[in-house]
Ligand binder design. Structure first.
Ligand code: 13P
Ligand code: SF4
Length: 305
């Protein structure tokens, strides 16, 4: 145990030295392992991280998250180096839509608007009218003059938005396995064990799960909800590492996980963060033509939210 602690301390020391040497900033998503969140300069949801990526003065951005998040930082920062500590840190949801599919649908449905959730590839963003995150999806859709609107790629976030807007939303059949893994029975069982706990869930959860929850919101919205609540106990329907964030911010409250982990998020470790700064690998590159188009869709989103 003591040896493990020493190793972690020495890793943290090396990371901090390398960070200074490279003039780097470390951004971490709230689904990162606790120890990775702890060494980050900024921890947040995907919207916060996009905003941070825009205003940093650092030369190098180490992105502790999954590929599409690091790509977003690279799209918004063409003159900076964006590093992803593990090139295989993927998002299963982002892989469920391609630009070719969207171009075909646009041709078949002239006038349809395309909103792409940031959990998508750069090439999908490039053929979209605007991007959104789970924190601003409803506002983004309501800001559009288009109707109908194709919502890509998450069917669950798409139906959550459809419930809250008058727009005609066409759903894409994509989903996040981490959130679809959370089924109503599991939450019912947790509620039986913890009857005073409120159920809070991410909008990537299925409709029956969202409908049984006391609150549905993005990770930043859940954080705010918990902080402001008079209650002490919460059943958390999203990726388990988020509980580390909730506990750090609300040490007097209790959180019960849904037992679901994102493989891509969990592949990032302190060792890999050190490696990324040492070797300046893996650099995220988005072809310029794609980057320019994707940046337009992201910039539009950032002006709405
Ligand atoms: P947030 O938009 O809440 O950061 O969620 C991102 C995500 O990947 C959810 O699975
Ligand atoms: Fe993608 Fe789901 Fe992981 Fe979020 S939790 S990064 S949507 S696979």
């Amino acid at each position: 145990m003591a040896a493990e602690k020493k190793l972690t301390e020495s890793l943290i020391e090396s990371i901090n030295k390398l960070k200074k040497k490279r003039n780097a900033i470390i951004l971490a998503h709230v689904y990162q392992r606790g120890e990775v969140q702890d060494i980050a300069d900024f921890v947040g949801d995907s919207l916060d991280l996009s905003r941070r990526a825009v205003c940093t003065k650092a030369d190098v951005i180490v992105f502790c998250g999954v590929q599409f998040m690091a790509e977003t930082a690279a799209i918004l920062n063409p003159y900076k180096t964006v590093l992803l500590p593990d090139k295989n840190a993927g998002c299963g949801l982002a892989d469920m839509a391609t630009d070719e599919q969207i171009i075909r649908i646009k041709k078949q449905n002239p006038g349809i608007g395309v909103v792409s959730y940031v959990n998508s590839s750069a090439s999908v963003k490039a053929v979209s009218d605007i991007c959104c995150t789970s924190a601003n999806a409803v506002n983004v859709v309501n800001s559009l003059s288009f109707n109908p609107v194709l919502f890509v790629p998450d069917r669950n976030l798409g139906s959550y938005v459809a419930e809250q807007t008058k727009k005609d939303i066409r759903l894409w059949e994509g989903f996040c396995y981490v959130h679809e893994h959370i089924i109503s029975d599991k939450l019912k069982h947790l509620k039986e064990k913890h009857p005073y706990a409120e159920i809070i869930v991410h909008p990537e959860c299925t409709t029956p799960v969202r409908h049984m929850a006391d609150f549905t919101g993005s990770t930043s919205q859940m954080s705010k909800y918990v902080k402001q609540s008079q209650l002490r106990e919460f059943i958390v329907g999203t990726e388990d590492n988020f509980i580390y964030r909730l506990k750090s911010d609300n040490p007097d409250k209790l959180f019960y996980p849904a037992n679901t982990l994102c493989e891509g998020m969990n592949t990032i470790t302190l060792e890999k963060v050190k490696f990324t700064l040492e070797k300046m690998k893996y650099k995220v590159h988005v072809p310029e033509e794609t980057r320019e188009k994707a940046e337009i869709a992201l910039d539009k989103m950032l002006t709405v939210s």
